[in-house]
Write a protein that binds this ligand. Structure first.
Ligand SMILES: [Zn+2]
Length: 340
């Protein structure tokens, strides 16, 4: 959309363009794939809830511009759920306008921020310093807080179903605890001095803090900053200094910067490889697939890291999957070919 048309749409929104009545009693718009997944889980069994997702699989939320139809959908919703901490960097003006109109605009990061679990202190530019890291969902314990916070907000908007939202959040919290325990057992079985995660952009600080791994990313916490030659060289130096055997590409970021690091390492005779699969960064997979759920996304990332290191000869133990943790990873994720 051109800047002009986008501004026109925003003006219409600010002027209070008439909202169309929705058939559903509660119409929710969710920005990211994670937000849509959580809204579906918490509203399971509740009738007349309609959830409209905006961003699809593999979409980078830092760069995503709301389209005219996105703005129309949000304008007609009772509630807009977003991730927050400026993850959806292009939405700030739209969110303010929607809130002005009385639409419930809810940041999933809010309870994590209030609890003091947000990692801060990043500098994005001279003007924007001390910025919070927006990737809070990568610690399943943060996602437990998020689920409870969203259940409370849903109960406020739809008190008749408050008990259902609470029961769904409690049951899901138990699943998230099992997920955390499983991933911690596996990732923690790698010797402490070998736990390094090298990726395209800095999405995994919370993941690293949760499981005791050290992160190194080519780009910063937003993909809005372009990676330069210096960033590539800094990553090459880090990999050489710590003898890291494997680097990871993220599904929502182009692979070229990681490939440039691998090429530079090979030119210096360092044997390194790219992970056996891409990691889910800021977007999950398509709805209906294993990686299209939060549990599947996080489990697949943990498996991809463990299997990639195992392929390079690192000693570790991948724990058995808990029988009542769903969805379970499909067979093809367990059986990998290191030489593919
Ligand atoms: Zn990101």
């Amino acid at each position: 959309m051109s800047q002009h048309r986008w501004l026109l749409t925003l003006c219409l929104l600010l002027l209070g363009a008439p909202s169309l009545a929705s058939d559903a009693s509660l119409h929710i718009v969710a920005t990211t794939t994670q937000a849509a997944d959580l809204a579906h889980i918490l509203s399971a069994g509740v009738e007349d809830v309609q959830i409209t997702p905006l961003m699809g699989a593999g979409v980078d939320p830092h760069l995503y511009q709301p389209t005219e139809s996105d703005i129309a959908a949000m304008n007609q919703a009772q509630m807009v759920i977003y991730s927050g901490l400026h993850l959806e960097g292009q939405f700030d003006t739209v969110f303010a306008a929607l809130a002005e109109q009385g639409i419930s605009v809810y940041a999933l990061s809010a309870p994590v921020k209030s609890a003091g679990f947000v990692i801060g202190g990043f500098d994005l530019s001279d003007e924007l310093t001390d910025v919070d890291d927006p990737h809070f969902w990568f610690d399943p314990r943060n996602w437990q807080l998020t689920a409870q916070g969203l259940a409370e907000r849903l109960a406020m908007l739809d008190p008749a179903n408050a008990a259902a939202y609470k029961a769904n959040a409690d049951a899901y919290s138990e699943q998230l605890q099992q997920l955390f325990d499983w991933a911690e057992a596996g990732l923690g079985s790698v010797e402490a001095g070998q736990r390094y995660l090298v990726t395209s952009h800095d999405a995994f600080q919370y993941f690293g803090a949760a499981f005791g791994w050290q992160m190194q990313a080519i780009q910063g916490i937003s993909t809005e900053d372009e990676a330069g030659v210096g960033d590539i060289q800094a990553t090459v130096d880090f990999v050489l200094a710590h003898e890291i055997p494997v680097l990871f590409v993220e599904s929502s970021v182009p692979p070229d910067t990681i490939e440039a690091v691998v090429a530079a390492l090979r030119a210096q005779g360092h044997e390194t490889r790219i992970g056996v699969r891409e990691l889910y960064g800021d977007a999950m997979d398509a709805p209906g697939s294993f990686g299209g759920t939060y549990i599947g996304m996080l489990a697949q990332n943990a498996l991809t890291i463990m299997q990639s290191y195992q392929c390079m000869g690192t000693r570790l133990t991948i724990p058995a999957w808990p029988a009542d943790l769903l969805p379970a990873p499909p067979d093809e994720l367990w059986n990998i070919d290191c030489h593919a």
